[in-house]
Write a protein of this length. Structure first.
Length: 142
């Protein structure tokens, strides 16, 4: 389970340095092989390959009425591999789709990560905190 937030800067070539605390798990569970694709909220999702394969199968099962979402998730997916120093290349196409230039936030979301442009994430988080809690939290205890 991946959790926590990391502020990271992409290098000049668009590479992301995976935080050390996640590298060993990714090496052990996915041999450093990851898949990056678009998320409907405007960020990128980064999956360890075995988790991606499960997600891909679920997406592939969707009906024809969801064809555009299949295209968004599957058509934009890029397989990458961590290099010896724990970096992965985020393609220019995916960086552009998520509005990511340099400063990012990497969020552990359980089975995968979300990669956000830092300013976009901070703006959307502030907006969410201003709104009411969703009904799903109605009976949730903190």
């Amino acid at each position: 389970m991946f959790q926590g937030a990391s502020s990271l800067s992409l290098d000049a070539k668009g590479r992301l340095s995976v935080p050390t605390r996640h590298r060993d798990v990714l090496a052990a569970t996915a041999a450093g092989q990851l898949t990056i694709t678009r998320h409907p909220d405007g960020c990128l999702m980064i999956f360890p390959r075995p988790e991606w394969e499960k997600f891909r199968e679920r997406i592939a099962q969707l009906p024809m009425s969801a064809q555009w979402w299949k295209r968004i998730f599957l058509g934009n997916a890029m397989d990458v591999e961590m290099d010896a120093t724990g970096r992965v290349l985020v393609s220019p196409e995916l960086r552009q789709a998520a509005g990511i230039a340099k400063e990012t936030i990497l969020l552990g979301m359980g089975s995968h990560f979300e990669l956000w442009d830092k300013a976009a994430y901070e703006a959307q988080e502030a907006e969410a905190l201003q709104g009411a809690m969703p009904d799903a939290f109605k009976d949730f205890s903190f």
